[in-house]
Design a protein around this ligand. Structure first.
Ligand SMILES: [Zn+2]
Length: 187
């Protein structure tokens, strides 16, 4: 591993003002789940019939989409991806753009059922980003198609592998992404 690939994950900068909006969005698709921040660390709280009240620190595995306790949370893959974006937004880390939320609230996904409009306005009113800079080259990929990059502590949206205009035509050797189906409509 050389110096350029061993980039450290930047220190988390918690955006306290975003917590209320994130919780308002959560209430729309995962009722009873809330996010809280204590001492710079993010916790997710919910209650389950079998296990009672739970409070888990945010820790991810794999591609930064899924917390290590996602099966205990039990809301499914799209909801878990959405929760991950809320946590990352609070942490000031790269997130999927509003376009992904509109897709999740659309009739094909219906993540928030009839509460989609409230979820979308809670996020956009609080400044959740419309644009989505590629974490590798900085190009805004929100208007076209994109993938998710996760390697050596760098994670977030990135140019799509098959996009001729994208930077990833030059970085095939480092290819390591997840599929796009969970957060983006088909191109
Ligand atoms: Zn790029």
């Amino acid at each position: 591993m050389n110096a350029t690939t061993r980039r450290r994950r930047p220190r988390s900068r918690i955006h306290l003002a975003r917590i209320d909006a994130a919780n308002a969005a959560l209430a729309g698709f995962a009722q009873g789940t809330t996010i809280e921040v204590v001492g710079g660390r993010v916790f997710v709280l919910w209650s389950s019939h079998r296990r009672g009240n739970l409070r888990k620190q945010w820790m991810t595995r794999g591609q930064d989409f899924y917390p290590v306790w996602d099966r205990k949370w039990g809301h499914g893959g799209t909801a878990t991806t959405a929760l991950a974006q809320l946590v990352r937004w609070i942490q000031g880390r790269p997130v999927l753009p509003m376009r992904s939320w509109r897709h999740w609230m659309s009739e094909t996904v219906l993540l928030g059922r009839d509460r989609g409009p409230q979820i979308l306005s809670a996020l956009s009113d609080a400044g959740y980003p419309e644009s989505s800079p590629c974490v590798l080259c900085g190009r805004d990929v929100a208007a076209s198609s994109f993938d998710w990059w996760s390697l050596n502590g760098v994670s977030g949206p990135c140019c799509r592998y098959i996009d001729d205009a994208g930077c990833r035509q030059q970085v095939r050797a480092d290819l390591k992404t997840v599929g796009t189906n969970s957060f983006m409509e088909s191109p």
